[in-house]
Design a protein around this ligand. Structure first.
Ligand SMILES: [Zn+2]
Length: 56
């Protein structure tokens, strides 16, 4: 699993390779916290549980 993710940083006003600093599994999915290595801006992203997508 990737430890970094390319995201737009509103503080740097450009795309940065955000680093994953926290990961929490919840009922609705996985909560992942990303941090910009340049300015320290952090963002929380919730990824839906992929297992629930398996319908076939
Ligand atoms: Zn930044």
């Amino acid at each position: 699993m990737a430890e970094t993710s390319e995201r737009h940083c509103p503080r740097c006003e450009t795309t940065r390779a955000f680093v994953r600093i926290a990961r929490t599994t919840m009922e609705l999915g996985t909560k992942i916290k990303w941090r910009c290595p340049e300015c320290g801006f952090s963002v929380v992203n919730i990824e839906p549980d992929r297992q629930s997508e398996a319908t076939a």
